[in-house]
Design a protein around this ligand. Sequence first.
Ligand code: 6PG
Length: 248
Amino acid sequence: MAPSDNRHVVAVADAKALARAAADRIMARIAANGDRVAICLTGGSSPKQLYQLLATEAYRSQIPWQRVHWFIGDERFVPAGDPLNNMGMARRTFLDLCAPAANIHPIPTDTADPEQAGRGYESELQSFYGAGQLESARPLFDVVLMGVGPDGHTASLFPDYPAIDVTERWVVGVPQAHVEPFVPRVTLTLPALNSCREMLFEVSGADKRAILTRVLAGENLPANRAHSMGETIWLVDKAALPENFRGQ
Ligand code: 6PG
């Protein structure tokens, strides 16, 4: 499938600049919506600096915490307090310091299995949204943060796994991961992730250059099938940027 034509690659100097650029885009989205705001976070290491930045006074004092809700695009099926838990990392880094508990929406991992966790989270998302069907004129999220893995996965949508083609569900269990950490996952599906005003990928470090080269060449990879109904921004630092994109 061709990459979305609403994608913009924004090159920044380094990981620090990347976190700042992401934080500023989130602030702009919050400012653009005077009502209830929904932000879907991501796991992995890429967003950590951004989360740290949001906890600093400069950002913390500007965020209307009471009206911003925080979700997570995928979860590792480990206990909430496990260091591998994605929402756990976001909570420790900024949410528990700043956000009202009722506005933090983790994927439950104390269920019998990832599939049951997915069904529970789907119900939570649908009740937040106020409908069981997504409407194209009314996105579920204001911002969806994303990362890309070495195999082109995003959220826990791995290449050639059934979850990538699911259209009827908002959240599903993924019994086995394709890359480390090899724990079962729970992931939002493409229709749910793509239902956003802005999707923001963060890509940093030389380790990402090989997969980014494939993504930008338009390969059929999960990360190329994820795009918002509005803007899709790939924030990329210099170390991750493929040669042929340098100087553009
Ligand atoms: C996860 C993620 C996953 C992640 C990418 C990039 O649970 O692992 O949500 O999709 O975003 O694998 O991970 P890094 O930021 O650690 O490179």
